[in-house]
Design a protein around this ligand. Sequence first.
Ligand SMILES: [Zn+2]
Length: 129
Amino acid sequence: MVFYGRTTTYRRQSGAGMRFLYCPECGNLRPRGWFFFTKRCEVCGNEMVKFNVPMTKITPFYYASLTITFVVLALYLLNYEIPYETGTLILLIALTMVLAFADYTKSHYIAKEMMRKKKEEAKKLQQES
Ligand SMILES: [Zn+2]
Protein backbone atom coordinates (compact mmCIF):
# COMPACT_ATOMS: atom_id res chain seq x y z
CA MET A 1 0.00 0.00 0.00
CA VAL A 2 2.62 2.48 -1.08
CA PHE A 3 0.04 4.88 -2.48
CA TYR A 4 -1.89 5.15 0.74
CA GLY A 5 1.26 6.17 2.58
CA ARG A 6 2.21 8.66 -0.06
CA THR A 7 -1.23 10.25 -0.13
CA THR A 8 -1.34 10.58 3.66
CA THR A 9 2.06 12.24 3.69
CA TYR A 10 1.04 14.66 0.97
CA ARG A 11 -2.21 15.61 2.66
CA ARG A 12 -0.45 16.34 5.93
CA GLN A 13 1.83 18.90 4.30
CA SER A 14 -0.99 20.33 2.17
CA GLY A 15 0.27 19.95 -1.37
CA ALA A 16 3.96 20.71 -0.83
CA GLY A 17 6.77 18.45 -1.95
CA MET A 18 7.93 15.30 -0.24
CA ARG A 19 9.30 15.31 3.28
CA PHE A 20 12.63 13.67 4.03
CA LEU A 21 14.64 12.80 7.11
CA TYR A 22 18.39 13.15 7.17
CA CYS A 23 20.93 11.89 9.68
CA PRO A 24 23.86 14.32 10.07
CA GLU A 25 25.96 11.65 11.78
CA CYS A 26 26.10 8.95 9.12
CA GLY A 27 24.41 10.61 6.13
CA ASN A 28 21.41 8.28 6.13
CA LEU A 29 18.60 9.71 4.00
CA ARG A 30 15.04 8.44 3.83
CA PRO A 31 11.53 9.72 3.09
CA ARG A 32 9.28 10.47 6.02
CA GLY A 33 6.08 8.48 5.82
CA TRP A 34 3.42 7.07 8.10
CA PHE A 35 5.31 3.77 8.25
CA PHE A 36 8.26 5.36 10.09
CA PHE A 37 7.28 5.90 13.67
CA THR A 38 10.44 7.46 15.07
CA LYS A 39 12.76 10.22 14.02
CA ARG A 40 15.71 8.14 15.17
CA CYS A 41 18.21 6.94 12.60
CA GLU A 42 18.02 3.17 12.20
CA VAL A 43 21.73 3.01 11.37
CA CYS A 44 23.34 4.91 14.26
CA GLY A 45 20.41 5.88 16.51
CA ASN A 46 20.86 9.65 16.30
CA GLU A 47 18.04 12.18 15.99
CA MET A 48 17.34 12.87 12.34
CA VAL A 49 16.80 16.29 10.76
CA LYS A 50 13.48 16.88 8.99
CA PHE A 51 13.38 18.88 5.77
CA ASN A 52 11.10 19.42 2.78
CA VAL A 53 11.93 18.89 -0.85
CA PRO A 54 10.22 21.26 -3.30
CA MET A 55 7.57 19.82 -5.59
CA THR A 56 8.94 18.27 -8.77
CA LYS A 57 7.48 18.79 -12.23
CA ILE A 58 6.09 15.25 -12.04
CA THR A 59 4.07 15.85 -8.84
CA PRO A 60 1.07 17.62 -10.49
CA PHE A 61 0.85 14.87 -13.10
CA TYR A 62 0.99 12.28 -10.37
CA TYR A 63 -1.85 14.00 -8.50
CA ALA A 64 -3.93 14.27 -11.67
CA SER A 65 -3.33 10.65 -12.56
CA LEU A 66 -4.15 9.53 -9.01
CA THR A 67 -7.39 11.53 -8.96
CA ILE A 68 -8.54 10.21 -12.33
CA THR A 69 -7.68 6.65 -11.31
CA PHE A 70 -9.67 6.95 -8.08
CA VAL A 71 -12.68 8.41 -9.88
CA VAL A 72 -12.63 5.69 -12.54
CA LEU A 73 -12.11 3.02 -9.89
CA ALA A 74 -14.98 4.36 -7.79
CA LEU A 75 -17.30 4.42 -10.81
CA TYR A 76 -16.15 0.93 -11.72
CA LEU A 77 -16.77 -0.43 -8.21
CA LEU A 78 -20.14 1.30 -7.93
CA ASN A 79 -21.05 -0.41 -11.20
CA TYR A 80 -22.13 2.81 -12.84
CA GLU A 81 -22.40 2.99 -16.54
CA ILE A 82 -18.91 4.08 -17.52
CA PRO A 83 -17.44 4.61 -20.93
CA TYR A 84 -14.15 3.03 -19.83
CA GLU A 85 -13.14 -0.56 -20.18
CA THR A 86 -11.20 -2.59 -17.63
CA GLY A 87 -8.08 -2.12 -19.72
CA THR A 88 -8.27 1.64 -19.28
CA LEU A 89 -8.43 1.21 -15.51
CA ILE A 90 -5.40 -1.07 -15.48
CA LEU A 91 -3.50 1.37 -17.70
CA LEU A 92 -4.40 4.25 -15.38
CA ILE A 93 -3.20 2.35 -12.33
CA ALA A 94 0.03 1.44 -14.13
CA LEU A 95 0.54 5.08 -15.17
CA THR A 96 -0.02 6.27 -11.59
CA MET A 97 2.51 3.75 -10.29
CA VAL A 98 5.11 4.85 -12.85
CA LEU A 99 4.49 8.53 -12.02
CA ALA A 100 4.71 7.86 -8.27
CA PHE A 101 8.00 6.05 -8.74
CA ALA A 102 9.39 8.76 -11.02
CA ASP A 103 8.31 11.47 -8.57
CA TYR A 104 9.87 9.64 -5.64
CA THR A 105 13.15 9.03 -7.51
CA LYS A 106 13.34 12.69 -8.52
CA SER A 107 12.52 13.90 -4.99
CA HIS A 108 15.14 11.59 -3.52
CA TYR A 109 17.71 12.90 -5.98
CA ILE A 110 16.89 16.52 -5.07
CA ALA A 111 17.09 15.66 -1.37
CA LYS A 112 20.52 14.10 -1.90
CA GLU A 113 21.74 17.20 -3.74
CA MET A 114 20.38 19.48 -1.01
CA MET A 115 22.22 17.51 1.67
CA ARG A 116 25.44 17.51 -0.34
CA LYS A 117 25.31 21.31 -0.65
CA LYS A 118 24.55 21.67 3.05
CA LYS A 119 27.55 19.52 3.91
CA GLU A 120 29.83 21.58 1.69
CA GLU A 121 28.58 24.80 3.28
CA ALA A 122 29.22 23.40 6.75
CA LYS A 123 32.73 22.41 5.72
CA LYS A 124 33.42 25.89 4.35
CA LEU A 125 32.22 27.49 7.58
CA GLN A 126 34.47 25.20 9.60
CA GLN A 127 37.46 26.08 7.47
CA GLU A 128 36.77 29.81 7.75
CA SER A 129 36.51 29.84 11.53
ZN1 LIG B 1 22.65 7.79 11.34
